[in-house]
Design a binder for this molecule. Structure first.
Ligand code: PDD
Length: 293
């Protein structure tokens, strides 16, 4: 089946879609992005993703960012053209194309916008059933991790190191010994009192849309949630550890390096939240899920 991409005002076949070699995203990683889950034809938490996209564009000072309504229409069209029922929508917006020079280009240079969509979403059944392992690594990213920048080299390197070690993800640790997140998901634990703990929002982590959704789901079901800084020691003493993210949903963690977490099986809280998150995905209505207001 032919795939399609949206590139700067045009829908093109995926294989022939191109951007300029002087696009600032290509030359400076001067761009931001979003990954949105598409589930049975519904966009999941699209409003949250659009809010974060606008926030990222604002934080990196794009002068005239594309309008949310237009982005919403293009997003739905890209998913429709690619006949994606369950998969991911990728949105990337760069500062634009101009001769290579570090400062922002002058007025009149428009942001470049690319959207693609592909089939397939979510962790494998065996990862969900058995839990995954994490590899501890130093967090080497910049100091504004709350911006969803396309400058992902540290994320790529830590994810690859995890993969090479046979682990699913990286567990990123700041120089002060505190856990930040993983290369593409937020990290949670359940402490010895049964309280869910995840790092507070701030420049140290990406404010995950799934993190926020799972927090609401947990609170709605009466589970205590605490946003607090935690360390490796806390991880090793935890009753449960799990990840949240657009592509991981709620994913139990059973090993961190060579240490087994609790009894080495996915925990009851993570499994319950995973099921509730699944129900949340199923609750979307294809007629309204694409509204971006
Ligand atoms: N990554 N932290 C980081 C560093 C991430 O890159 C992501 C998502 C998350 C989870 O955020 P959300 O729940 O909004 O997906 C946390 C996407 C999926 C990616 O880069 O592919």
């Amino acid at each position: 089946m032919t795939r399609f991409a949206y590139v700067n005002g045009r829908y093109e076949t995926h294989s022939s879609a191109t951007v300029s070699i002087e696009d600032r995203g290509y030359q400076f990683a001067d761009g931001i992005y979003e990954v949105v889950a598409v589930w049975h034809g519904c966009a999941i938490d699209l409003v949250g993703h659009m809010d974060r996209l606008e926030r990222s564009m604002n934080e990196v000072q794009f002068p005239s960012p594309p309008l949310r309504r237009a982005l919403g229409i293009i997003a739905q069209e890209v998913v429709r053209l690619n006949r994606v029922r369950t998969g991911i929508l990728y949105i990337q917006i760069n500062r634009g194309t101009a001769p290579r020079n570090h400062p922002f280009p002058g007025e009149g240079v428009k942001c470049s916008v690319v959207m693609t969509a592909r089939h397939g979403l979510g962790p494998s059944a065996s990862d969900v059933d058995n839990g995954v392992s994490l590899k501890i690594q130093e967090d080497q990213r910049w100091k504004r991790r709350d911006i969803k920048t396309i400058g992902l080299l540290p994320n790529v390197l830590t994810k690859q190191a995890a993969k090479a070690a046979g682990a699913f993800e990286a567990l990123l640790v700041d120089p002060d010994g505190t856990i930040t997140e993983s290369s593409a998901a937020n990290v949670w634990l359940v402490d010895k009192d049964g309280t869910l703990v995840t790092r507070p929002l701030g420049p140290e982590i990406l404010g995950g849309i799934t993190r926020s959704r799972v927090m609401t789901i947990a609170q709605d079901t009466g589970r205590p949630v605490r946003e607090a800084i935690f360390t490796l020691e806390d991880v090793f003493a935890a009753r449960e550890v799990f990840l949240t993210g657009t592509t991981t949903f709620v994913l139990p963690v059973t090993n961190v390096d060579d240490t087994v977490i609790a009894n080495g099986h996915p925990g009851e809280v993570a499994c319950d939240l995973r099921d509730r998150y699944q129900a949340f995905l199923d609750s979307h209505d294809p007629r309204t899920s694409w509204h971006v207001a």
